[in-house]
Structures are given as structure tokens and as C-alpha cells.
Design a protein around this ligand. Sequence first.
Ligand SMILES: [Zn+2]
Length: 312
Amino acid sequence: MAQLDLTALRGRLPPRPITRFAPSPTGFLHLGHVANAVYVWGIAGALGGRVLLRLEDHDRGRSRPEYERAILDDLEWLGLAPDIGTIAELRRGASPYRQSDCDGVYAAALDRLARLSRVYACDCSRREIAAEMGDAFDEETRYPGRCRDRGLELTAGRGVRVVLGPGAETFTDAMLGTLSQTPSEQCGDLLLRDRTGNWTYQFAVVVDDERHGVDLVIRGEDLLASTGRQIRLARMLGRNRPPVFLHHPLIRKPDGAKLSKSSGDTGIGELRRAGATPGAVLGRAAWLTGLIDAPRELTLRGLQALFGEGWL
Ligand SMILES: [Zn+2]
């Protein structure tokens, strides 16, 4: 892979940023997470910034305390210490950096949004939406607006959507350059809370990035399509200057094939039990995402050096 153009990259990044590492405790930590952590801690370190740890357990049906415990243990073992939302704080109990502890925050944000924008109840199931759209349902199936004018009451058992409005969002991704996305064509009216009462990923992260002061979002390219709608939603909530986004490549096997999240050779717990060192795991993740040419041991300082130690 081509080496990063660090000079161009640096010019697009905020000085001394607050960035975040935000795993969902719906499974164990794997090399894909560590590849993201390499970027997050490496760039934050190179820019003199801070890393915030946020546990994104908005999906209460799929999140498990044992996954959270294992994620915190693995991060500690890797030597990846967050500056904000520390591991000790999260282990102690309720925290503003754990989404399931913040129901009132999202409820207040929804109230605020409802005063400023058009928010409505929706009782459609995924199946109904897929049937109406005439294609297989996936995360990118556009909601056709079926409930927009039905005047349903906002009650338990119904989802909540917001009208995002027409038009494109243009933004400069720190790695990918200037991009344009049209949320109303991608996803339609955005789901904020689902029918079972879970806040959605899209809503929770936008609310969180604002309240946590995150000004740099570093994440994998699999989330690129969400960027325009998150910028739009943030503005609707009153945030006129969105965070800078940086989408990095996902990990690949040396032959270029995608690594499966669930395959045993990428689980950090498995690698630990097989005798790998933290430095070797960091190095393996950096290698699989193309940051270094061959696997080698990496320290935290070594991660920063990947992104240019002379930046400060
Ligand atoms: Zn609906």
C-alpha cells in the first residue's frame, strides 16, 4: 500500500484534538478494533491530543457486561490507556462514557430536536420497509417515509424518525479528500429510536460526539456512508462545526482478502492465550491495515511515530 502522505494529512487535522475509541460490547475485541486503536492512539499522540473511550452499548439487546469486561481487560493489556473515560472509571460503575447510563441525555436531545425539526413516530418493521422498497433489507435500505404523514402518537412500541431534508452534505475526509453524500437518498428519514426503545447508533454517536467535545472522528471505511447524515443531524441539533472525519482502511489478509470479525485468528483473547505480546498484536494490526510493510513489535510511542513524531 502507498505510504500515507503525512504532511497533507496533518494539514487536515485539528491541533490537540479530542478523538475517541468507541467499541460496542456486542462481542470480544478483535484485530479490526486494534487497527482502529492504532490510528486513534497514534494520531492523537502525534498531535498532542487526547483519546476518549466510549462504550457504545445503545443496543441493549446485543450488549453484554462480559463483553464490556473483556474489552476493558484487553485494552489494559495492550497498554492503550484512554485519557478521558478511563478504564478504572468505567469499571467503577455508571459513567457519562457508557451509553446505557445516559438515557436521559438522549431523551433531552430528542426533545430539543423535536422542537427544531420534524420528528414523527413510525411503526414499520424492517420487513415492511424492505417489502415496500422491493429489495433485500440492509442498513442502507432507504426508509420511504411511509409514516411521515400518518400522525401516529409518539408512544412506547413505536420508533422515532426525523426528516433530514433534501440536499447533499459535502465534507473533507482527512484521508479520502472531499466527498459528497445525500442522506435523504441514502437512508431517508433517519431512525433515532427503534421500536424496542433502543437509541440508534446514528443518534447516540452524534449526541455523544457533541457533548464529549470530540473534534476528530477516526474510524474504519465501513462507516463512511454514515458521515453525511451525522453531519446533518449534528447541525439540526445545533452543532454548526462538525468534527473532522478520518476513515481508514479496514484490515486485510496479506493476500488482500477481508478478515472476518468472528474468525478465531483475529480475537485478542485468543492471541493473548496463544502467547502473543501486546507489542506484537499492535504491530500485527498496523501491518494488516497497511501502515507498516511487515509485522513487528510496536510500542505506544511506536504508534505515534507511524504518524510522524515531528508533528508537535
Ligand atoms: Zn414507518
